[in-house]
Structure formats: C-alpha cells, structure tokens
Design a protein around this ligand. Structure first.
Ligand code: FES
Length: 146
C-alpha cells in the first residue's frame, strides 16, 4: 500500500473505532499504560473454555495511532487462542498499520497489543486458582523501540 493508504486506514479506525466500549462480565479486564505520555487502553475479553477469544472490546484515551491500533487489534485477534496471542509478533501489526507511517511511533502502535499479550501471559496463573483476570491491573508498556 502507499503511505497515504496506510494513513487513511489509521484515520478510519480512529474516527470509526471497531469494538469500542466495555463488556459485561469479561474473563479478562486489563489496563495498559504508556508511561511516556500517560495514554491508556483498557481491554475487555471474553474467552471460551479453550481460552479462545470470543469477544473483545476496548476503551481508552490516547493519540490517533494508539487508538486506531487498539481498534484494529480487536479485529485481528478475535477468534484467536491465548496461546496464539502470546506468540504474536509486533511486526505483524506494524506491517498492517504501515511501517513507514508508525516507525517513529512504535510505542503508540503496540500499546494495545502489548497490553493484551501481558494479560495473555498473566491469565493462566489466575485461571489455575479459579479466578478471572478482572481486577484492573496496570501493565506498563515496556517495548523498547529506539
Ligand atoms: Fe501516547 Fe501515542 S502519544 S500512545
């Protein structure tokens, strides 16, 4: 795609976010924060009995790229198992958002994915004790980009 098409893709997700809002009775509810700017994303996730995502919503406030990426992420991961989420590569997301467009904003582009992957890593230990991951934990975004 051309640079302009990537920009339009990002703007479309920012202006018309998919899966925005809260979910009642989620199996995972997590907050992620970008310490550099204070932007945050909250993810609500429903899982089936094989730990496959059956519904995912997001809320948050942040820059255009972080919110557009959160919107797109919800489409990208719906139907995937937590095992697959843990193995996702940032590059897969960056390639879709436009490497040239987001290369200087990688922390923004990956905030929601980093938050979801943190939750996917945390969830098995909660589940082993019979709990959901529904206390709003804050997972600090730690991706080193520069
Ligand atoms: Fe904060 Fe983009 S400037 S996430």
């Amino acid at each position: 795609m051309e640079r302009q098409e990537y920009i339009e893709f990002i703007l479309d997700h920012y202006q018309h976010p998919r899966n925005k809002g809260a979910l009642e009775d989620p199996d995972m509810l997590v907050n992620g924060g970008n310490p550099g700017c204070g932007d945050v994303v909250t993810l609500y996730v429903k899982l089936d009995n094989e730990d496959r995502i059956t519904d995912i919503r997001f809320e948050g406030h942040g820059c255009t790229i972080s919110m557009a990426a959160a919107s797109f992420l919800t489409e990208m991961v719906n139907g995937k198992k937590l095992d697959e989420i843990r193995q996702l590569d940032y590059q897969q997301l960056i390639d879709i958002l436009g490497p040239e467009v987001v290369k200087s904003r990688l922390r923004c582009a990956t905030l929601a994915m980093d938050t979801l992957q943190g939750a996917a890593r945390e969830y098995p230990s909660r589940k082993a004790t019979g709990q959901k991951l529904i206390q709003p934990i804050v997972l600090t975004h730690t991706l080193l980009t520069e």
